[in-house]
Design a protein around this ligand. Sequence first.
Ligand code: GUN
Length: 283
Amino acid sequence: MVINGRELSASLKAQMAAQVVELTKQYGRAPHLVVILVGEDPGSVSYVTGKSKAADEVGIRNTTLRRDASISEQELLDLIAELNADDTVDGILVQLPLPKHIDEDKVIAAIAVEKDVDGFHPLNVARLWLKQSCVLPCTPKGIIKLLKSADIEISGKEAVVIGRSNIVGLPVAKLLTDENATVTVAHSRTRNLAEVTRRADILVVAIGKERFVTADMIKPGAVVIDVGVNRDSRNGKLCGDVDFETCEPVASYITKVPGGVGPMTICCLMENTIECFVKRMNR
Ligand code: GUN
């Protein structure tokens, strides 16, 4: 069975669109998301375009601020300070990665925590790990929604996450732990990786290597969630980290790239923007 992230995100966006109509009446304006894009990285440009399109669909006012890759760290920090102070801005997202001369940690920490729609601010990360109320990072949140939408039992299951990034691997491992899975985080230094992944009832792959997971690495009947966004070296098309053709017959549930996790990430960004807006309006 393919878990269709595009379908699920479309239905969630329709619900949010109705909610935003009501919120706009209630508070006199729509939520406002500002996305900062530095440079011209094609992947980042395409992500940012997708975010803006989704915001339009949901009725979220959205502004994309494009800056040259040569922008200084201080100029970027000044821009963020300006948006922090702007009461008409509810969410701020700085598209990553940033050019090498800019310290990403410093930039993320500069975003007002109440406007951190990515859930990347150190205070939101701490709140996540302490199980306190917080903005959840979009991709991990979207993955849990995908699993729940397919009525997949998480509690008591063996979950293996391949990848230990701050954006996906570590937070999704935490959310799966909170759902009572037994979680292993595997990565590039893991020995006998296939042996580890074959234990997984739920396998989340976020490693960024095209067709990295093959059928022999999957336990029959496992649930496979593919977070990868790669260019297929055979045809230049978008592809995931999982070799879909060979893995699909072995898995019970599997996601596709595109049309799996990606749309859910964007959908959760819309949800987080609405959440930040409502919180700010009720301060
Ligand atoms: N780059 C890749 N994924 C993300 C994301 O979820 N948020 C931001 N800001 N940048 C990204």
